[in-house]
Design a protein around this ligand. Structure first.
Ligand code: PLP
Length: 436
């Protein structure tokens, strides 16, 4: 097979193309590789196939829609599925968050939410609020807004200054104090106070439009919020009139056993960004779920015949994506998939922590059906130990895992059963031992 033309995203292209890892079919908890092996999916694709692969109801909905209406514009036009998908999503979101702006992925969702935040303050006559605050080690996608509030050096350093007026809070990972925490770490709530300190000492609260955080920082290795941390961020934002945005691209749709991380943590943001699990990843789609108050601010700011928000994508609320979203949200409800994840999380936690004591492991952290296994860095090699284990898992153990730096991150489809959890962790354990 010719491999030179596809410039692969977030991939070591030359290394990959020497020995390509190829998938060609999927069903339930499994992929099938092009060499005919059944691969247990420990990552739900990329944290996105929450209901398991090729769910028949979702497949059918997409097929039906493709044959009915391929595309319809949503600029000054509409189609019923767009409104239905928005209503279903709103009814699943925390109360008061019920206005849905559709886009195509998480990156567009983040940039959309940041723009809404800036425009919202301007429309309220508070245009001095231009500053956006993210966190170190945050991943908010790859748009210029997202890499600016994101905190990953590799995603920023080649692309110039990006957005100005952005600051970052420290990330809350503290292995020295919280190693092997089961669930939320005990130490670190005071890191939320850094927000208030920066407001008072540096920025002046009146210049800040929004704070954006992932309830769990997934992409940089499963960094959990310390107990009480998100609540504290909410209090500080409330006190200073700052919008709080939760980027729930990973934590949305049952990953923690509830619809959103906001429900799990009992903290209501002003906007939720979601994507991935929204359509079970079968068709790309993202969304910003905004509060009624934010939406109303836009609606009341201009005469009725004027466009309120100069933003949108050709494919906002694409009919195939809407059909997939409607079917997916129905499947989540009908099959009790969030509850299944909640019920399985204690078993998953126990299995994850059973790896403690294996060579080169320095931390294991977990919540819901997410787990991070942090390894000691290896010296004298350019690739990480985690990457070696990932290769071993794929080629020799028939298990798909994901790695980021020295960390193995697991996020299986939420339909995983106990036998599959056992298999996932025992295969990873073998690979860790063999790699040592
Ligand atoms: N935000 C978070 C928290 C993510 O984890 C991701 C992707 O993993 C994104 C945004 C970007 O989403 P996408 O890759 O769909 O643009």
């Amino acid at each position: 097979m010719q491999t030179e033309h596809f410039w692969m995203p977030f991939t070591a292209n030359r290394q990959f193309k020497i020995k390509p890892r190829m998938l060609e079919r999927a069903k339930g908890m499994y992929y099938q590789s092009t060499d005919g092996r059944e691969i247990l999916d420990g990552t739900a694709g990329l944290w996105c196939v929450n209901a398991g692969h090729n769910h028949p109801k979702i497949v059918e909905a997409i097929q039906k829609q493709a044959a009915t209406m391929d595309f319809a514009p949503t600029f000054q036009m509409g189609h019923p599925l767009a409104f239905e998908a928005a209503s279903k999503l709103a009814s699943m979101a925390p109360s008061g968050l019920d206005r849905v702006f559709f886009c195509n992925d998480g990156s567009e969702g983040v940039d959309t939410a940041l723009k809404i935040a800036l425009a919202y303050h301007k429309l309220r006559g508070d245009a001095g609020r231009f500053r956006l605050i993210g966190r170190e080690r945050a991943y908010h996608g790859v748009g210029f807004g997202g890499i600016s509030v994101g905190g990953i050096a590799g995603n920023r350093k080649q692309f110039g200054p990006a957005l100005s007026g952005v600051d970052h809070l420290p990330h809350p990972l503290n292995i020295a104090k919280n190693a092997y925490s089961k669930g939320l770490p005990e130490y670190g709530v005071e890191l939320a106070d850094v927000l208030e300190q920066r407001l008072l000492a540096l920025h002046d609260a009146s210049t800040v439009a929004a704070v954006i955080v992932e309830p769990i920082q997934g992409s940089t290795g499963v960094i959990l919020p310390p107990q009480g941390y998100l609540q504290k961020l909410r209090e500080i934002c409330n006190k200073h009139g700052i919008l709080l945005i939760f980027d729930e691209v990973i934590t949305g749709f049952g990953r923690l056993g509830s619809a959103f991380g906001a429900d799990y943590f009992g903290v209501k943001p002003d906007m939720i960004v979601c994507a991935k699990g929204l359509t079970n990843a079968a068709v790309p789609m993202g969304a910003v779920i905004a509060s009624t108050e934010i939406y109303d601010t836009f609606m009341h700011a201009a005469p009725q015949d004027q466009i309120e928000f100069f933003h949108g994508y050709t494919y906002s609320a694409h009919p195939l994506a809407c059909a997939a979203a409607i079917a997916t949200l129905d499947v989540f409800k009908e099959e009790g998939i969030f509850q299944a994840a909640a019920d399985m999380s204690a078993y998953f936690e126990q299995a994850a922590h059973s790896l403690r004591g294996l060579p080169n492991i320095k931390d294991i952290r977990n919540l819901g059906l997410v787990c991070g296994i942090e390894l000691e860095p290896q010296t004298g090699k350019t690739n990480t130990r985690a990457y070696d284990i990932f290769e071993k898992c794929f080629w020799e153990k028939d298990v798909l895992i994901r790695t980021t730096g020295d960390i193995i991150a697991l996020s299986p489809p939420l339909i995983i059963n106990k036998e599959q959890i056992d298999r996932l962790f025992s295969k990873i354990a073998e690979a860790i031992r063999e790699q040592a």
